[in-house]
Design a protein around this ligand. Structure first.
Ligand SMILES: Cc1ncc(COP(=O)(O)O)c(C=O)c1O
Length: 349
């Protein structure tokens, strides 16, 4: 079957046939963290008992789920599920709560994987345009669907829907609301308390961004036990390998390290935002670890993307409505942020 879309290229920006670039590349295209994970991760990796790898891992990732429940203020691991990256949890939410032919509501523009996953499932993605400030419009609250994906902060704008609006959505919406908090650790506030009050709210987090662990593939979801039980039914038997469970737990016990890194990313975000605005880009206020640099001038954003690539600076360009005059730039280490600002300054003259 040809769905006309591919998870691989939607999420990673992978171009078939393109050789991976080696050495000297400034990689600001997939919102990874420029700073290393907690030293406890390295320690845990060193101490990992090889003998244990002979066995299958814990199929329900109990230790990790218990740690998350405790940290986020929930009574037990029954409120949490862990996935092979948040992407797996997004797919599980569709399998658990949506039948082929049902509607799935998302804002537009947003994380493109929602639409791709909906189509692969035979569901109908309903994309409602955000306003000029990348905020929800009233029609979003009035549109029925079985499932809604609402990223907060949103991607690729970095803009946050106010908490009160998410609360209103959970109250009005007659289906399951997935609040995608992949970038919440970089934001001013979050909705992790919503499952306490809203029986249709699922809050998802990722270890790929704030915990600097994109390579181990780990995400979590928090919701009422009835919803978690439904998600568990759709899970692969051993969805989280033993190494990921061990390293994820080690990182999670060093929350202070993650928060310190998030603070450094916020500093880089402020530098990027201010510098790009000074160059004439329009940059919506981002609460994530990336900024959207909107550019209507000459050369076009598409040319800027290509020219940056020629200089071994990788950013993300989406050749679609509303985004074709913009570049999404991940916050990197200070010298990487300076390099991309300097390069753009030269390119736009
Ligand atoms: C909005 C959003 N949600 C979820 C994810 C997926 O995170 P993970 O790496 O945990 O699968 C991403 C990754 O870029 C994202 O941008």
């Amino acid at each position: 079957m040809n769905y006309g879309r591919s998870i691989l290229s939607e999420v990673t920006g992978y171009v078939p046939g393109e050789q991976p670039r080696e050495g000297g590349v400034i990689k600001l295209n997939t919102n990874e963290n420029p700073f290393p994970p907690s030293p406890r991760v390295e320690e845990a990796l060193r101490e990992l008992a090889i003998e244990g790898l002979r066995r299958y891992p814990d199929p329900v990732s109990a230790g990790l789920r218990r740690a998350c429940a405790e940290r986020y203020g929930y009574p037990s691991k029954d409120w949490v599920i862990a996935g092979n990256g948040m992407d797996e949890l997004l797919a599980m939410a569709i399998r658990a709560f949506v039948d082929p032919g049902d509607d799935i509501l998302t804002p537009y523009p947003t994380y493109t994987l929602y639409e791709t996953l909906a189509m692969l499932h035979g569901a109908r993605p309903v994309l409602l345009d955000l306003d000029d400030s990348f905020q929800l419009t009233e029609s979003f609250f009035q549109t029925p669907a079985r499932l809604c994906f609402l990223p907060r902060p949103n991607a690729p704008s970095g803009v946050c829907t106010p908490r009160a609006e998410v609360e209103k959505l959970c109250e009005i919406f007659d289906g399951v609301v997935v609040i995608d908090e992949a970038y919440a650790d970089f934001a001013e506030d979050n909705c992790m308390d919503f499952p306490q009050r809203h029986e249709n709210a699922i809050v998802m987090r990722s270890f790929s961004k704030s915990f600097s662990l994109a390579g181990i593939r780990l995400g979590t979801a928090v919701a009422r036990p009835e919803l978690i039980a439904e998600l568990l039914k759709t899970k692969d038997s051993y969805n989280l390998n033993a190494v990921t469970q061990c390293l994820g737990l080690a990182a999670f016990t060093d929350y202070e390290h993650m928060q310190a890194n998030a603070d450094r990313v916020r500093e880089g975000r402020q530098y990027l935002t201010e510098s790009l605005r000074r160059l004439g880009f329009h940059v919506p206020p981002s609460q994530a670890n990336f900024v959207l640099a909107e550019w209507n001038g000459s050369p076009s954003a598409s040319i800027l993307f290509q020219e940056l690539k020629r200089r071994n600076i990788l950013v993300r360009y989406f050749p679609v409505r509303r985004l074709k005059h913009a570049l999404r730039i991940s916050v990197g280490a200070p010298e990487e942020n300076e390099a991309v600002v300097n390069a753009l300054g030269e390119l736009i003259g």
